[in-house]
Ligand binder design. Structure first.
Ligand code: OGA
Ligand code: MN
Length: 298
């Protein structure tokens, strides 16, 4: 590692989230810088880079240094210029606030629920990088939960019970979370995604640590468990994992870039007045390297 590393690091929360200054994300990272950022990412789970005025091409280039980028299954939310850019926005590409009756608005509204990006894929995303372009002051903050700590905070007997459980995750389950969307015949234009089975506890491929793998917007049921019991257990775990002590709240400034690890965190947007307050965020999403690793398989 370079002795003259320019990065300054400041924790934003005791358990999750650190701010990195002294790096310009528009410039390619040399090996030392890449390794330093990567290890800070693994250590802090969420990295915040303030004052990064990136355009979408620079955002894509920065993200690509960490791996291949996903193309989101929803056509309505891809940028028309760059398919790797997923628009988390209540404003359309012409600059107008989207009507709350629109499918695109209702889908984005579901990011208010706790979730993990791309948990509906056989190989879920390993990380996401979000650029705040037009951010909000009243609400619209983003919450991130540390899922390693959530796992470690469980009683030993509960951990044992969860070790061998699997959960069915389904993209259609997201749609069912919205009363408006589920009533529509047009639920948006999505690529076809069959349900997938993921372990409830996963082992991080880089750190080797165990974490709870929850994504409430795609988790349909626990395999082999009666429906009500499954729902009850999942709800208890969600409640536990989102306790204040595990959660960092990111209050956005324009041109913050926030990068999180989807293998050991989950996130949710805090409600804001999305019928009249504009919020524009662009995301690139890193393709996962592997299917979630269960305890059984190690
Ligand atoms: C996301 C998401 C967070 C936000 O980009 O994956 O859920 O703050 N949104 O908009
Ligand atoms: Mn998300």
């Amino acid at each position: 590692m370079s002795l003259h590393n320019p990065i300054s690091v400041r924790k934003r929360h005791p358990l999750i989230g650190a701010e990195l200054t002294g790096v310009d994300l528009r410039c390619p990272l040399d090996n030392n810088l890449f390794e330093r950022i990567h290890s800070l990412w693994m250590e802090n789970l969420v990295l915040v880079f303030p004052n990064q005025s990136l355009n979408d091409e620079q955002h894509i280039k920065f993200g690509s240094q960490f791996g291949e980028l996903e193309v989101h299954p929803s056509l309505a939310h891809r940028s028309s210029e760059n398919r790797e850019i997923y628009r988390v926005s209540n404003v359309d590409e012409s600059g107008n606030i989207i009507q709350s009756t629109e499918t695109a608005w209702q889908y984005i509204n579901l990011s208010w629920l706790w979730h993990t990006d791309s948990s509906f894929r056989k190989i879920p995303s390993k990380g996401s990088i979000l650029h705040g372009i037009e951010t909000t002051k009243k609400g619209g903050h983003t919450l991130f939960a540390n899922m390693y700590e959530a796992y470690e905070g469980l009683e030993t007997s509960i951990k044992k019970r969860l070790d061998s459980l699997y959960v069915m995750h389904d993209h259609d389950y997201i749609i069912k979370q919205s009363r408006d969307l589920s009533k529509k015949s047009d639920k948006g234009s999505y690529e076809n995604l069959p349900p997938v089975r993921h372990p409830l506890i996963q082992i991080h491929p880089v750190t080797g640590r165990r974490s709870l793998f929850l994504s409430p917007h795609t988790m349909d049921y626990i395999v082999g468990m009666e429906r009500n019991e499954s729902r009850e257990l999942l709800d208890e775990l969600i409640h536990h994992a989102t306790s204040e002590k595990f959660v960092y709240k990111h209050i956005w400034e324009n041109d913050d870039v926030v990068m999180w690890d989807n293998r050991c965190t989950m996130h949710a947007v805090e409600p804001f007045d999305n019928t009249s307050v504009r919020r524009i965020m662009h995301r690139v999403t890193l393709v996962g390297d592997n299917q979630p690793i269960s305890i059984e398989s190690t």
